[in-house]
Design a protein around this ligand. Structure first.
Ligand code: 1DF
Ligand code: MN
Length: 358
């Protein structure tokens, strides 16, 4: 296998292919949400990770920030043009991180509904090009559960986005489990997407500039997924399914050590919080999770993850507009995979998971 890292700088247009490319972790932002964010940045107690991340994109004159802001707020001509240029047939959209998760509870609950209606309108305008995930406010788990039911039954959106921690709190805490109950009851997978690092984790990452998508996001989101697994969430909700991006936030690569050390930790009774669970951590990854390759257009990593998770559990994603890299599409097209497996990766796994009608 070639272990050389590809050059993401060139821009060739991808070729016609016998499958639809469905990109499954693509971001948008209603302008009204950015107005709410602007007001939040002025508060004295604003979360430093949130302000550092979205404050940057919303105020920086850099080409990267300007491009991202323009793309995030467009759900029509510009987005479709970028999709056409990249050969993307369909985007599965999610309210950009952190969505509503730093808002006060009342604002978060009401804005999640507004965002979902806004998304449903865009999908109605472009039903063959756009699909989506439901935003919810974990700050109010009962309201989040209701919004999942409303979104699935009334908006026809069959998955949920949660941007990792909510103000430093993790879904491993049973106070959030009404959300899992609703996701399971409505057969809606939850995409656990990165968030900026919580305040108590930020400093050693941020001082080295490693808090964002470069590394910190993956560490924190992987931690969150592991907390959910080791808290016994899937023993309690056996039909619950989750999705993680960025090649499973490296968890497939960790699987062997996770299993060994989790087993040893349970046995030694070192922590009251580490109780026995029915299976090994890697079994939950393989049976309850789907992985997208957002941000990781690297054949050896995709192949390893397919080998670990199974061909039906690894899906294509671009992470537009944060990784708007047209060249990566062709690199994924050219992976040494059978025609059937390539179609699973780009198209049919997404159609099944997100209940997209072909
Ligand atoms: C970044 C990356 C920002 C991702 C995101 O949301 C995001 C970034 C604010 O590069 O700063 O969703 N990402 O998923 O990799
Ligand atoms: Mn993303």
């Amino acid at each position: 296998m070639h272990m050389q890292l590809p050059d993401p700088a060139s821009t060739r247009r991808p070729a016609a292919v016998p499958y639809k490319r469905i990109a499954t972790e693509e971001a948008f932002a209603p302008p009204e949400m950015l107005d709410i964010y602007r007001r939040m940045f002025d508060a004295p107690d604003v979360d430093p990770g949130f302000k550092g991340l979205m404050g940057f994109y919303m105020s920086s004159p850099s080409d990267r920030a300007q491009h991202i802001m323009r793309c995030l707020t467009d759900l029509d001509a510009l987005r479709l043009q970028h999709m056409d240029e990249a050969g993307i047939a369909m985007q599965v959209l999610a309210l950009t991180s952190p969505g509503v998760q730093f808002m006060d509870t009342a604002t978060a609950v009401s804005f999640a509904r507004i965002a979902n209606d806004f998304l449903a309108d865009a999908i109605r305008r472009h039903p063959t090009r756009l699909a989506g995930m439901l935003a919810v406010a974990p700050q109010d788990p009962v309201a989040a559960a209701k919004e999942i039911e409303r979104g699935v039954t009334q908006l026809g959106i069959h998955s949920v986005i949660i941007n990792s921690h909510t103000q430093g709190e993790y879904l491993s805490d049973p106070k959030f489990w009404d959300i899992f109950a609703a996701a399971e009851a409505n057969d809606a997978p939850i995409y656990l997407h990165p968030n900026s690092l919580p305040a108590n984790m930020l400093q050693p990452f941020q001082e080295a500039g490693l808090d964002g998508a470069v590394y910190g996001f993956g560490v924190e989101t992987g931690l969150h997924a592991l907390r959910i697994i080791t808290a016994g969430v899937f023993d309690r909700f056996p039909k619950l399914r989750m999705v993680i991006g960025h090649m499973g936030e490296a968890l497939p690569f960790w699987a062997y050590r996770l299993d060994y050390m989790h087993r040893a930790t349970v046995k030694s009774q070192r922590y009251a919080s580490v109780k026995p669970i029915r299976m090994q951590p890697s079994d939950y990854l393989k049976q309850h999770f789907y992985v997208t390759n957002s941000g990781v257009a690297w054949e050896p990593a995709v192949k390893f993850t397919q080998d670990f998770m199974g061909m039906d559990r690894v899906l294509y994603a671009m992470d537009y507009p944060y990784q708007h890299a047209v060249d990566e599409v062709g690199m994924m097209d050219n992976m040494a995979l059978s025609a059937e497996d390539k179609k699973r990766f780009f198209q049919t796994n997404a159609e099944t998971l997100f209940k997209i009608k072909a």
